[in-house]
Design a protein around this ligand. Structure first.
Ligand SMILES: CC(C)(COP(=O)(O)OP(=O)(O)OC[C@H]1O[C@@H](n2cnc3c(N)ncnc32)[C@H](O)[C@@H]1OP(=O)(O)O)[C@@H](O)C(=O)NCCC(=O)NCCS
Length: 182
């Protein structure tokens, strides 16, 4: 069965093989990928990413939701999002979002984050949801802060990301904070 999560203006649902070209478009756009710590450096990596997403979606004990962002009505592909349970700490999951530039600055990422937090806490009964971003990624930090996640610290220059040492800012929300904020 296809997984689907509706936000106010968007649909988040399972990736399919038909999304390959859209993911390739994301992967080839340096402007989109500049701060993204997902390795989509060539067509093989894109294909492996999509295969992994589809395999994960078919598991009974699903831990990994790599989803397409679609515009209801047209079904147009607007980006990728994920909520991924940590296999070593199953009460925790990471969320993330990559949108095509024509959809930036419409409040979509904030809307998606709200939907993923609701899904993570209400449906998956998680204790902690976190997001992380390159410290140079002002847009992403804004989204996470606006979404009510607390800044937890920065892991300094822990990975070489294409053209710079990436320092990563961590943001998290606990189940009690989510409930209190409603
Ligand atoms: C990061 C990203 C998902 C943000 O998506 P978005 O839909 O444009 O974000 P929103 O419209 O919900 O914006 C949320 C807030 O951030 C602000 N913001 C968005 N982009 C910004 C930018 N480039 N610079 C400064 N602030 C920005 C918005 O103004 C808004 O704040 P406000 O409500 O106070 O005005 C999008 O820019 C993107 O896909 N970037 C490329 C991939 C990426 O870096 N993903 C994150 C990986 S960790």
């Amino acid at each position: 069965m296809v997984f689907s999560l509706a936000t106010e203006r968007l649909l988040l649902d399972d990736l399919t093989l038909e999304d390959l070209a859209s993911i390739q478009r994301i992967a080839r756009d340096r402007n989109i990928m500049k701060y993204v710590l997902i390795w989509l450096e060539n067509d093989e990596q894109v294909a492996a990413f999509l295969r992994h997403a589809i395999d994960a979606s078919q598991r009974e004990d699903r831990m990994d939701y790599q989803l397409a962002v679609r515009i209801p009505g047209t079904g147009a592909f607007a980006g990728l999002v994920f909520i991924e349970i940590d296999p070593d700490q199953i009460s925790t999951a990471e969320v993330g979002c990559v949108l095509l530039p024509e959809y930036w600055k419409n409040g979509y990422a904030s809307e998606i984050l709200r939907a993923l937090l609701a899904f993570g806490f209400d449906k998956l009964s998680l204790h902690r949801v976190y997001g992380k971003c390159d410290e140079l990624n002002v847009a992403s930090a804004h989204v996470l802060e606006k979404g009510g996640l607390a800044y937890e610290g920065t892991l300094r220059e822990h990975v070489w990301l294409r053209d710079h040492w990436r320092s990563t800012r961590y943001y998290g929300m606990l189940a009690g904070e989510y409930t209190a904020g409603r």
